[in-house]
Design a protein around this ligand. Structure first.
Ligand SMILES: Nc1ncnc2c1ncn2[C@@H]1O[C@H](COP(=O)(O)OP(=O)(O)OP(=O)(O)O)[C@@H](O)[C@H]1O
Length: 799
């Protein structure tokens, strides 16, 4: 792909991703084209930063010239076009680096990013800029042609570097790299020349450029940024003044000659005197002026950075602009806190911490790999690191964007010694504390904004309460949940609404269920009917948090799906008596159920949680709720473990003594002769069927799976036949029209078609499953007949 062009010019084709990215940048960011300056200044700043850090090990590198950035606009003679030159005295690039850095995209995930944006109609919005540093390619927003001349510093490794140029036009699919015909004129660093497009000539105006730097880059460089300005001043034209003086003197002399002449002397004198008295003093001749154009480099970022200023004098707009440019996030922040402090060791610092209004995708997608880069530790305005090593922020807080500038840490500390620095060790605590304070402040003062915080950071706050034991209490207070009565309820709000006598915090959770569905739950029937508030856990992290906390302000959590539920207003004596009475009354039914439900539950008890439903399956405190059981089977864990078997079985069948169905079942059982031999087998079978449907119904309503679906439906089928008066032995007419004979004249498949052969797989439970080839999936549906062990077809209504 490379060919030698004349004059040492090596032509390269852009890597395809670069060509695509350049196209996106040029087409979609047109209305944001001013960002080119911010991106190039930021690259220049990075290059200076790299040089400074490298020079800690090889001090000679920074010799010769200040570390700075300069911007110069040069209108073309005749005023038709022009160019902008941005230079830095940073680390520079070798010809290989020019090719690799500007001609390829090394960043991982870039291809996916590009595809995403290409497919996204809204790609042209500013998110793009925030999501991805477009860097160098933003040059093509304003330039038809870009030339980058670069010269690395003389170093031990590269003692005689040669200045090279990278050149490319906006519409070309290739670029060239060649030795700079001017020689090593840069001394060190990089010079980017932008040949401006006709619609970008406004950037030749130095006032415009200065404004842009102030807006986007004023704070983003800790190195001085200079703008080349031509200043036109009106100054006294000394030459003209001298000439005028000479002329005046000549006039005076001529006048004097005239005065000395003899004629009309008196008259003339009188006339002169009266003139002097009436007229204002004769105006002095104007000083002759001329326009002089002087060149100067004005220092654009001389004023102190935002974080060094007094918060009282910084406007919200300034905080937002600073955030946008410094952290390269196009969206405004959700909130911020600007603070200063002292580490206690005499290290003073100033800092601003921001809450972004959007989390990076990687935060959730690759939570373990996500490494924050928006913590900027500076020392005396110079960037030191984003990496706090082992003192890094806890995961839940790792997304904050914070700039923290310390007064007096040794500047040349290596990363290793930094890790041991006390200030660095304290940083984590300082930042987390301020972040919490900010969240608490918003909670207190700005409910609307706090809603947004919940939307965005709700799960993260809960994650923090789980993982950050030190701040668990504060984070728990900030957590919000849905309840049967309202949204966004905190534990404190819940407790304020607690009923007299209530000594439990009621909650209910089931994987994948909405709050609405949960509030219909059989377990909460009575609680909700009586007006109690139940926290509804709708997010996976809720369950983990409740499992971790177990209580709030010493009040225990009660999983409503578990045994042990107490309203708190029960009279223990009365309750005991009632329980005894009911147990006595329902004894025959309870005994019956204990036998019939022995495979599903450990015991049968009278319920105090049901209103309408006849019965429910409730997990005991050490047993699995339906939710946990689902999670266990999803993760396939613990199968075959004794404890697991035990927990699976630790369930109670609770019956509702006031349900007419339960009463009805009790009566039927009481009517059965006590001597089993005297019982009519058909009647007994009928009651067993009804019982089993009742138990299965309770399982389903309580969120569990029916143990044996075949048996369940066979029974439903029999009950249906009975209630419809259809004899139990009546058979469906199973005669079907056989298929016509084989037609051998047609090919079975067209050659380009895949065989229409479904594949049968056996799932874990041994049941067959049909896997359709992909091309058949949305065209074919399959119904299967089930055959029992004796080879009989199990009847299904739909077959
Ligand atoms: N002025 C410069 N001096 C030295 N190297 C530079 C300069 N500008 C760009 N580079 C090099 O080119 C690379 C690509 O630059 P580009 O702006 O496209 O992306 P980036 O700076 O790596 O990413 P981002 O803009 O997201 O920070 C940089 O990583 C850097 O190595």
């Amino acid at each position: 792909q490379e060919g030698k062009a004349p004059a040492d010019k090596v032509k390269h084709d852009y890597q395809s991703d670069v060509a695509r990215l350049r196209k996106i940048v040029i087409n979609s960011l047109y209305s944001h084209k001013e960002i080119f300056l911010r991106e190039l200044v930021s690259n220049a700043n990075d290059a200076l930063e790299k040089l400074r850090i490298t020079s800690l090990k090889e001090p000679g590198l920074t010799e010769g010239g200040e570390l700075n950035i300069t911007i110069k606009a040069i209108p073309e003679e005749g005023g038709k076009g022009g160019k902008i030159i941005i230079r830095d005295t940073g680390i520079g690039m070798s010809p290989e680096e020019l090719t690799a850095n500007l001609g390829t995209l090394a960043k991982s995930g870039t291809s996916e990013f590009i595809s995403k944006v290409e497919g996204d109609e809204a790609g042209g919005n500013g998110n793009l800029i925030g999501a991805f540093g477009l860097g160098f390619y933003s040059s093509f927003l304003v330039a038809d042609r870009v030339e980058v001349a670069s010269l690395p510093p003389k170093s031990k490794k590269n003692p005689s570097p040669v200045q090279h140029v990278f050149a490319s036009s906006a519409d070309e699919s290739s670029f060239e790299v060649y030795p700079d015909p001017r020689g090593n004129v840069l001394g060190r660093g990089t010079e980017i020349t932008l040949y401006l497009k006709d619609d970008a000539l406004e950037y030749l105006d130095t006032v415009e450029l200065a404004k842009l730097v102030a807006k986007h880059s004023g704070f983003s460089s800790s190195f001085p940024v200079y703008l080349y300005e031509l200043e036109t001043k009106e100054v006294e034209d000394e030459e003209a003044a001298a000439a005028l003086k000479a002329e005046q003197a000549a006039k005076e002399a001529a006048k004097k000659d005239k005065k000395d002449a003899p004629e009309d002397e008196d008259e003339a004198v009188v006339e002169d005197e009266s003139d002097d008295a009436d007229k204002p003093e004769a105006a002095a001749p104007p000083t002759p002026m001329k326009n002089v154009t002087t060149e100067r480099w004005s220092h654009l970022n001389a004023s102190p950075p935002l974080w060094q200023r007094d918060p009282k004098n910084v406007s919200d707009a300034e905080y937002t602009l600073f955030y946008n440019s410094y952290f390269k996030d196009f969206k405004p922040p959700l909130g911020w806190t600007h603070f200063s402090g002292d580490s206690g060791d005499g290290v003073g610092f100033k800092a601003i911490l921001y809450l972004p209004s959007q989390l990076p995708d990687e935060f959730w997608q690759k939570p373990m790999e996500y490494s924050p880069h928006d913590l900027k530790l500076l020392v005396k305005r110079t960037f030191i690191t984003s990496d706090l090593g082992e003192n890094k922020l806890p995961k839940w807080a790792s997304w904050v964007k914070v700039v923290i500038d310390a007064d007096d840490l040794p500047l040349n500390v290596s990363r290793e010694t930094l890790q041991n620095n006390r200030f660095l060790k304290q940083l984590r605590g300082i930042i987390v504390k301020r972040l919490l304070q900010l969240l608490q402040k918003i909670e207190k003062e700005d409910p609307k904004k706090f809603d947004k915080i919940q939307e965005l950071y709700g799960s993260i706050i809960k994650l923090g309460a789980v993982e950050d034991t030190k701040n668990r209490e504060k984070l728990t207070k900030l957590a919000r949940f849905k309840t049967n009565q309202r949204n966004d309820t905190s534990f404190d709000m819940y407790l304020e609404n607690k009923k007299q006598g209530q000594e439990q915090i009621f909650y209910l959770g089931e994987m994948g269920k909405t709050a609405e569905e949960l509030s219909q739950s059989i377990f909460a029937e009575k609680l909700i009917a009586r007006g109690y508030e139940v926290l509804l856990l709708t997010e996976p992290i809720d369950e983990v948090l409740f499992g971790t906390l177990r209580e709030y302000k010493k009040i225990p959590f009660q999983d409503v799906a578990k045994a042990g539920l107490k309203f708190g207003d029960e009279d223990p004596e009365e309750e005991k008596r009632e329980q005894e009475e009911l147990t006595e009354k329902f004894k025959p039914l309870i005994d019956w159920l204990k036998t019939e439900a022995k495979d599903q539950v450990r015991d049968v008890v009278i319920s105090n949680r049901l209103v309408k439903s006849p019965c429910a399956i409730v997990a005991e405190s050490f047993g699995y709720t339906a939710n946990v059981q689902k999670m266990m089977s999803a993760s396939n864990s613990k199968r075959g473990d004794m404890l697991h078997e035990f927990a699976m079985k630790a369930k109670l069948l609770e019956i509702n003594p006031r349900s007419p169905l339960i009463e009805g079942l009790l009566r039927r059982i009481e009517d059965l002769p006590t001597d089993e031999d005297e019982r009519d087998p058909e009647t007994e079978e009928e009651i067993k069927e009804a019982t089993s449907i009742l138990i299965d119904g309770a399982l389903v309503r309580s969120g569990f799976d029916v143990t044996d679906k075949n048996q369940f439906f066979t029974r439903v089928d029999r009950v249906l036949r009975r209630s419809l008066g259809v004899p139990q032995n009546a058979k469906a007419d199973e005669t079907v029209k056989p298929a016509p004979p084989v037609d051998s004249t047609l090919p079975r498949f067209k050659p380009e078609h895949k065989p229409l052969q479904p594949v049968v797989e056996h799932a874990d439970d041994g049941k067959p499953r049909v896997i359709l080839p992909d091309h058949m999936k949305d065209k074919v549906s399959i119904e299967m007949e089930e055959i029992d062990d004796d080879g009989n077809v199990i009847p299904h209504d739909e077959l």
